[in-house]
Design a protein around this ligand. Sequence first.
Ligand code: ADE
Length: 235
Amino acid sequence: MKYSVLTLFPEFFEGLKQFSIIKRAIEDGYIDIETINIRDFSKNKHHKVDDYPYGGGPGMLMQVEPIRDAIASCKTDRSHVVYLSPQGRVLDQNKLKELATYDHLILLNGHYEGIDARALRYVDEEISIGDYVLTGGEIASMVLIDGTSRMINGVLSSEESYSNESHYNHLLEHPQYTRPQTFEGMEVPAVLLSGDHAKVAHYNKVEALRATLMKRPDLLSENKLTTEELKIIKS
Ligand code: ADE
C-alpha cells in the first residue's frame, strides 16, 4: 500500500514513520508513506494557499487550484482519494478493512476552516474519525494510516494478529492478564492457568461478551451472535 499524504504540514508524519509497527512495515516494504506539500502547488509568489470565503464567515479556506494540482501530481488509475473531514462518514473497523485493500490512498488534509467546496470534485470519499472537530486532517490521516496498515497481510506477526481483538466481529476483546499471578490480592482467574484450551476459549468468549455488554452494549445490537454466544448471554 502506498499512502500519498497531501498536507501543509509534512513534518507531522515524521514521528509516525519512525516507531514500532509502522516503522517495521515501511522497512519490510509493506507500506510506503510519502508526504506532498500542497503549498508547492501554489501559483502565488508567497506560496499562499488560502483565501477568504465568499459571502463572509470566519477564517480562511484552502483554495481549489493547489488541491487539484497536488492530487493530479500523484493520482493514477489505481488511486483512491480520501478527504479527512468532520463531515465524512465516521471511520470504523470495517471501513478500515475496506480501505486497506486499495493499492494507493491519497489522503487530503484540510486546514483553516476547510476547503473550497469545488475541490470535492477530485475526492472519492470523505471520512471523519469521530463527531468532533480537529484543527486539521493530519491527525485523522495518521489514525487512518495506522489503522489500515495493520490490516495489511504480513504487517502484524501471528502473535500480534487482529482476529481476536476488540471490534473484530463487533465484540470487545476479553480481559487479559500477565505476570505477576497475584497483584495486591487480585488473582489471575484460575481457568487461565489450567492448561485446558477448550475451557480457556469458552471462558474468554464469555468474558468478551460480558465486556461488550457492560462497556459497549450498542455493539451487541449490531452483532450477528452465534448460537453459542446467544446461549451464553441467556445463561
Ligand atoms: N478534520 C477536522 N476534524 C476532523 C475529524 N473529526 N475527522 C477527520 N478530519 C477532520
